[in-house]
Structure formats: structure tokens, C-alpha cells
Design a protein around this ligand. Structure first.
Ligand SMILES: *Cc1c(COP(=O)(O)O)cnc(C)c1O
Length: 807
């Protein structure tokens, strides 16, 4: 597609057209992601969180020459610019046109749950017969779908895309872009119900996806779901084309007997749980529709495995980080993994370990040239290739390279590589068994992990941002290891999302951030005299809260320049200048012009409770007066800020120039009025170490405080008070989630272990246990132990491994 065609397809207005015949290669929406500038078009979107038009000059400097814009813009030099009403609509039109160039079977998957897994499984099942293009990860939104469809090209013989919507009116657009020939409807759950009037309306909306489809695969046992004569149902009820006659669980398999077109089939699905069977049956039905034989279906089912559908970032050995994406390796997925890698700034050195890409359909040379461009764009220092064909990379990759025939051969030589203090992306096709590599690199502590969902964090950030005026700035508090979530990792994400300021409690925390790639301005709440030097050296900005601290800072500076934040006492009675200190404060600042006041602030003592509203307003009045006075007498205009997370929601009138977000980012809304808008970001998990039976009357643990009132089964789990699971959870107070049910703590919590009552729950060694997360809310744990969620979060000890993931 040329730029001239883009102009025609979008119906936009040409603002600049220096090379109309230039071929468009890639589409770029997010200016922060790595890109290959040649042939890229940037779509500037004026969104609610930021305006893409602001980055046009930056992108131009980095080599981008083609722009789709919503406002009049001028480029610094030659290029192509088309102005349209909506850049997203233009993106959709372009990709719809692109889709029309290919006449291949195109599968579209929608439904409430299981879309991504059905897509990945279908890919695995069908790729023995077709060269397939599919959506990377869970790219299923108004932007994700067009970007996925853009990956279609001449080599492909079949396409699989997923489509998801959150409100009425969206599906029609996705249907227009994908134009599916085969539909798959996974199921209709309750997710995103708020966007729809009723379950029926939601179904009607989702059904729109299948307008052009000849057939729709679905579970015909579901009430109220039908697709008329297009329907290709499966189920036990006899309403579908495929009749499930018998389902029978056998160890780790579910055996299914079914009839289709009067022929009997017996198949074994390598899963036992209900949703995996449903997902696998969608694949079986699709294969039957595509005339796969019983044998072919059975072989495909054997290869299905649970997939980590997410990109995970883990701390690894020797101060490194590991991004573990070992489950598939198509080109689009690789691109996404490299983007995820680039988002991390904690370590400068980037390493990628990659296997041959299988079944891409591209000529090796073309394929590896394309991969090399991605690697070069992301500034990867070291590329380790494993496989027969990947050696083609050598010609094109700018950084260092090394190649091996097999995973085994690489592991024998792993000690020759410098993998310390690096970010390492490990991505390989299943057959290469790259989990052997991640096992070597992963930092092993014990079975307890705190998982942090980076997408949920972004959701929460955007929720608070949506409450701010455009010009209001945002400081995020990352003190106490970002409320236990891990400071560099969270700070890096915040930096990527362009927050304005970070706040830490102590200078050391700020120094650590600086040493891990964080360049945002950082305010230090609790500076000590001993830390002045290191603060200056690391460009950290102290909060100055009284005259004696100011005096010693002035003395220390001895005329050197520095930035500070002035804290006013308004009612919290913690830190801050009193009203009577202001005269001297102003005099000192007048006399020491080397000190720049970056901001003046204070803190509300009861922002989350309406019973303190009058007090909060009084605090604001005192703050207003004091800060006005300092500003006018010094003739300066620093930022002013007063509210925390709760105050941001409850007092829009007190946002001033900036708000300070803390607990809300981490998923807890202390007012509990808009808790439903936030997503849980952290899940603390552990594993069962041992299971045993007790006779009536036997006792459990120290002090023999747990007593079996009846014959019982108990499990020992690998978490104790040293991990942050406090002793207050002893003796039935604490409950954990295991095997789909709650289990109570029995006896006393020990230092590293806890025993739980799992009578009749069929719990086994190595089973996963949720301590808090989606089933056990943090708020509940706080209530039970008479504390607040802040303490539960920050109690999780540093020895607990953190794992970060994005969907
Ligand atoms: C911790 C802190 C915040 C954030 O408070 P949350 O209740 O977590 O939103 C804001 N301001 C100051 C001064 C803080 O110490």
C-alpha cells in the first residue's frame, strides 16, 4: 500500500505529500514503543490520557516520515501527512482494505472467556495443515484487531483473530475489519456487563461479528445462544451438529465420545477442568468442520498444553531480569515480546535468546532479516540463536551474536556468556524446550511469589488520570518498594506511562531508582542530613519540612544549586512548617537563590472519610493561605499539591497543580466508593509442601493450638510470618484459597510455614495456594487482623519473589 492509497482509503486531506508512492510497511500507534522507522506510519490520536500530536517532532527526529493526524501540524522537513477526523477510524479503514486483499479462510473468535486460549490452541491444531497468521497475545480491541489484521500477507493460508468489546456499538467495526468466514463463539459470561443493558443485548452485540461468516462454532448447550442456520453447535443436549454422547474423566485425560454426520469419534482431551474441555471442544468442532480425520484431531489434541498467555518478568540470577515467553514464537508475538523488553529500563544491557521461528511461511532470509530489524530497533546487545536456520540473523544483526544447534548445546556453553545485570528475553518454539533455559536462569527462592499484573496497574493509573484536568500533574508514591510491589519495576512502568513525578520515603530508595534506569524527577519525603550529598549526586529533591533542616541544607549546599519541596503543616501534625515559621522561611529563601522551590505541599489527615470533610477543607484553607504567601513574597510559581489517592477522588477542587497517587494505583480504593473501577494488581501465592491425615484428638503445630475435633486432612503451605503472613492469622482467623475453595489456618502460623485444614478438598502436594488476590481480598485480610490494606501490602517480605506480567 502506498501513501497515495492511504489518502484515498481514509478519505482524509493531504497536508503534505513529498513521496506519495512510498510503500507503507508498518503501523505505529504508541510513540513509546520501539519501531523500524522506514516505511512506518504514525497515527496521532488525541486521547484522554495524552495527545499523540505532541510527539510528532520527536518521532520525526527518529526517522518517521509519515503521519496520520487529527489536527493541523507542520513537519520540520519532507514527509507525508494526512489529516482525518479520527486517526483510529483511519487505522480501521486501512486495515479493512488490507484484509480485502486476501481470500483465505479467516476465523474470528469472540465470547466472554477463553478467546485467547482457543486462538492459541487452534493455531497449534491447524498449523500442521496451514500457514497461519494470528493475533499476538490478546490483541482483541479496537486497536489490537486492526494491528493484528495488518500482519496478514501473501504467504498465509489461514487467519485467526480474536475480537473483544467492552461496550455496545464496537463489534460492528471489528466485524468490518476482520470479515470472518468462520466464527467461534466461546461462551457468554458476566464480564463487562456494565457496558450493556442486558445479557441478551450483549449477545446480540457480539453476534454482529459473524455477519459475513458462513458458519459459527458454539456450545449448543448454552441457554439463549443460537446462530440460526449458520450455527455449528456441539453439546450433549442434541441441539447441535455434533452430539456429545459421553464424557468420562480418566487420570489426567477426559475421554469424549461424539457423533458427527452419523460417524462415531472417540477423543482424549489432556485436561480435566470444565473450561479447558469447553475450549478444546471448540477446536474439535472447528477441525471437524474443516474435514480433519479422527486421527488428525487426536494427534492435535495430544499437543495441547496449558499456556502461560502472558509475558512475565522475573528477577533472575546475577542481578538480571528474565522475560519468559517460551510458549510460542510467531513473528507478531516476537514483536510484542521485544516491545515488552524495551519497556524495561532497569538494566541497560539487553539479551535475547531465540529459537528458529517455525511455520512462518516466509523465506528464511526474508524472515530473519525482518527479525533482525526488530532486534536492531530495540538496541539488543547480544542475540543468542538456537536452531538450524536462525543463523541467517548473523548477516543483519548489529549487536553481538552466537548460534547453537540445540538447547542442550547452548546450556553446555552458557557459562561463556555474560548474562549478569541484563534483561534477558527467552522466546522459543515449544520443541526447543526453552523452559530448560529459564530454569537455569531463574532466581529460586522458595515456592512463594507475589505476582504483579502490569496491565491492571496501567488500568488503575488511567482511572485516576481520567479524574484529572489535562494540565494537572501526577506524582506517584513508590515508597516502601512501591507499597510492596517492587520499586524499580513499577517505577519503570510509570516512567513509560509518562507520569510527572515519583515520591519515595528515603534517599536510599531514590538512589536505587536512579541506579535502575529511572530518570523522572523524584521527591524524597524524609531526607536526613547524612543523605544530602548522595541526594545531590543523584538529582533527588528533598522535602524540607522545618527551619533546622533548611538551615543545615543551606549550609551543606554552600551556594550549589538544588531543588526542594516545601511541606506545610496544616493539621496532620507529622512533618511541616508551622504558620509562625513562614517569615523566617521566606527570608532564608530570599537570601539563597541557589535553592529552587519545585513545589509546596501538604497532606490531608482524613481524606477518605466524609466525617472529616470540614477538617479537610480547613486544612486546604490553611494550605492555600500559606502557599499563596510564599509564592507572592518570593515571586515564584512552584507546583502546589495536597491530595492523596482518596483525596483525588473526593476533592476535585483541591487538586491544585498535582495530585499524589499511592494506594489507588495498587488497586485499593480506601473510600470504597469506586473500588469496582480498580483492578487487583497483586496476588500472593504459595504451594502445598505436604498433606497428611489426622486422627480425632491429634494436635497441630507449636503450642499444640490446633486440635482435630474429628478425623481431618491438613496441608502444610510454604509461607509464614517471616514472609509477611502474620501470626494474627493463626487458629482459624486466616483463610486461603486452594483447589477452588477456602481453607482455614489450623494452629499457629510458623516462621516459614502454615498448616491449613483441607479436609475433603482433594488437595495434593505442589497445589497452588492463593494467600490474597482475586478470591481472598486484601481488604478482608486487613479487617480480620485489625489493620489497613497498606500494612498487608507492605508486609510482604523482600524474600518473596516478585513476578511481573502483562497479558
Ligand atoms: C504515602 C503518601 C501519599 C499517598 O497516599 P495514599 O493514601 O496511598 O494515596 C501521598 N502523600 C504523601 C505525603 C504520602 O506520604
Amino acid at each position: 500500500m502506498t501513501f497515495k492509497e492511504v489518502l484515498h482509503i481514509t478519505g482524509g486531506k493531504s497536508l503534505k505529500s513529498d513521496s506519495p508512492d512510498l510503500a507503507i510497511k508498518s503501523l505505529l500507534i504508541d510513540s513509546r514503543k520501539p519501531f523500524i522507522a522506514k516505511g512506518a506510519v504514525f497515527f496521532a490520536v488525541d486521547g484522554s490520557n495524552h495527545d499523540g500530536h505532541e510527539y510528532i517532532n520527536d518521532l520525526y527526529a527518529k526517522g518517521i516520515r509519515n503521519f496520520i493526524v487529527e489536527k493541523d501540524v507542520a513537519l520540520p522537513g519532507d514527509g507525508n501527512v494526512v489529516k482525518v477526523k479520527s486517526s483510529i477510524e483511519a487505522l480501521q479503514k486501512i486495515t479493512k482494505y488490507h484484509r480485502q486483499q486476501f481470500d483465505i479462510p479467516t476465523i474470528a473468535i469472540t465470547g466472554s472467556n477463553g478467546k485467547t486460549i482457543v486462538k492459541e490452541w487452534l493455531y497449534s491444531c491447524l498449523s500442521t495443515k496451514f500457514r497461519i497468521v494470528k493475533s499476538p497475545h490478546s490483541f482483541n480491541s479496537q486497536i489490537g484487531v486492526p494491528l493484528s489484521v495488518w500482519n496478514m500477507s501473501g504467504e498465509h493460508e489461514l487467519a485467526i483473530f480474536e475480537a473483544g468489546i467492552s461496550k455496545a456499538g464496537e463489534m460492528q467495526k471489528l466485524a468490518d475489519i476482520i470479515q470472518p468466514t468462520i466464527g467461534i463463539f466461546t461462551n457468554l459470561g458476566t464480564a463487562h456487563d456494565e457496558g450493556f443493558e442486558s445479557r441478551e443485548k450483549k449477545f446480540e452485540e457480539k453476534k454482529q461479528l459473524f455477519k459475513t461468516a458462513q458458519v459459527v462454532v458454539f456450545n449448543a448447550d448454552q441457554q439463549g445462544i443460537n446462530f440460526g442456520n449458520k450455527g455449528f453447535g456441539w453439546g450433549e443436549s442434541g441441539n447441535g451438529e455434533i452430539q456429545v454422547v459421553e464424557t468420562h474423566a480418566d487420570k489426567s485425560y477426559t475421554n469424549i465420545r461424539l457423533t458427527y454426520k452419523s460417524k462415531d469419534y472417540t477423543l482424549a482431551i489432556p485436561f480435566l477442568d470444565h473450561s479447558s474441555i469447553e475450549n478444546a471442544m471448540h477446536c474439535v468442532a472447528t477441525m471437524l468442520y474443516l474435514d480433519f480425520s479422527e486421527h488428525e484431531i487426536q494427534e492435535a489434541l495430544k499437543k495441547l498444553h496449558g499456556i502461560g498467555m502472558r509475558l512475565e518478568l522475573k528477577r533472575a540470577i546475577n542481578g538480571s531480569y528474565l522475560i519468559d515467553d517460551t510458549y510460542n514464537n510467531d513473528l507478531a508475538g516476537l514483536k510484542q515480546a521485544i516491545e515488552f523488553l524495551s519497556l524495561q529500563n532497569q538494566k541497560k544491557r539487553k539479551v535475547i535468546i531465540l529459537s528458529d521461528l517455525l511455520q512462518s511461511g516466509l523465506q528464511h532470509d526474508v524472515l530473519y532479516k525482518e527479525i533482525a530489524e526488530l532486534i536492531n530497533a530495540a538496541n539488543i546487545e547480544m542475540t543468542i540463536g538456537i536452531g538450524e536456520h536462525i543463523t541467517s540473523l548473523k548477516k543483519y544483526v548489529l549487536g553481538d551474536t552466537a548460534f547453537f544447534n540445540s538447547t542442550k548445546q547452548f546450556l553446555e556453553n552458557i557459562c561463556n556468556f555474560d548474562l549478569a545485570s541484563s534483561l534477558i528475553l527467552v522466546k522459543g518454539a515449544r520443541v526447543y524446550q526453552f523452559e530448560k533455559i529459564t530454569r537455569v536462569l531463574e532466581e529460586r527462592i522458595h515456592g512463594t511469589v507475589l505476582e504483579i499484573n502490569l496491565d491492571a496497574l496501567t488500568n488503575n493509573l488511567n482511572f485516576y488520570r481520567s479524574k484529572l484536568k489535562d494540565e494537572t500533574k501526577l506524582m506517584v508514591m513508590v515508597k516502601a518498594f512501591a507499597y510492596g510491589s517492587g520499586s524499580f519495576e513499577v517505577a519503570n512502568l510509570l516512567q513509560f506511562h509518562r507520569v510527572d513525578y515519583l515520591g519515595v520515603a528515603y534517599a536510599d530508595e531514590g538512589v536505587q531508582l536512579r541506579n535502575n534506569g529511572v530518570y523522572l524527577p523524584i521527591m524524597v519525603l524524609n531526607p536526613s542530613e547524612e543523605s544530602f550529598e548522595s541526594m545531590l549526586e543523584h538529582d533527588l529533591e528533598p522535602e524540607i519540612y522545618n527551619l533546622s533542616l533548611l538551615h543545615s541544607f543551606i549550609q551543606f549546599l554552600d551556594g550549589q544549586k538544588a531543588s526542594i519541596h516545601i511541606k506545610l503543616e496544616t493539621g496532620m501534625k507529622r512533618l511541616g512548617f508551622e504558620r509562625q515559621d513562614l517569615d523566617e522561611l521566606i527570608e532564608l529563601l530570599k537570601a539563597n537563590k541557589n535553592i529552587e522551590v519545585k513545589s509546596i505541599f501538604s497532606h490531608l489527615a482524613g481524606a477518605d472519610e466524609s466525617r472529616h470533610n470540614d477538617f479537610s477543607k480547613q486544612q486546604a484553607a490553611v494550605f492555600n493561605q500559606g502557599s499563596q504567601r510564599i509564592m507572592s513574597e518570593l515571586a515564584i510559581k512552584p507546583l502546589r499539591h495536597l491530595v492523596n489517592s482518596a483525596g483525588t477522588l473526593r476533592f476535585p477542587e483541591f487538586h491544585y497543580d498535582m495530585v499524589r497517587l499511592g494506594i489507588g494505583l495498587y488497586g485499593l480504593e480506601t473510600n470504597e466508593e469506586e473500588q469496582d473501577k480498580l483492578l487487583n494488581i497483586s496476588t500472593l501465592k504459595t504451594v502445598v509442601s505436604q498433606v497428611r491425615k489426622l486422627e480425632k484428638g491429634e494436635t497441630v503445630g507449636y503450642g499444640r493450638n490446633g486440635v482435630a475435633e474429628k478425623p481431618m486432612e491438613i496441608a502444610t503451605i510454604a509461607i509464614g510470618y517471616a514472609d509477611g503472613y502474620t501470626r494474627a492469622f493463626s487458629k482459624g482467623i486466616g483463610e486461603v484459597w486452594v483447589n477452588g475453595k477456602r481453607a482455614k489456618v489450623i494452629g499457629n502460623v510458623c516462621m516459614d510455614m502454615t498448616m491449613i485444614d483441607v479436609t475433603g478438598m482433594n488437595v495434593k502436594e505442589r497445589d497452588e495456594v492463593e494467600i490474597f488476590g482475586p478470591h481472598i481480598p486484601i481488604q478482608e485480610l486487613a479487617n480480620k487482623t485489625n489493620t489497613i490494606p497498606y500494612e498487608i501490602l507492605t508486609n510482604v517480605s523482600q524474600r518473596v519473589k516478585r513476578v511481573y506480567y502483562a497479558e
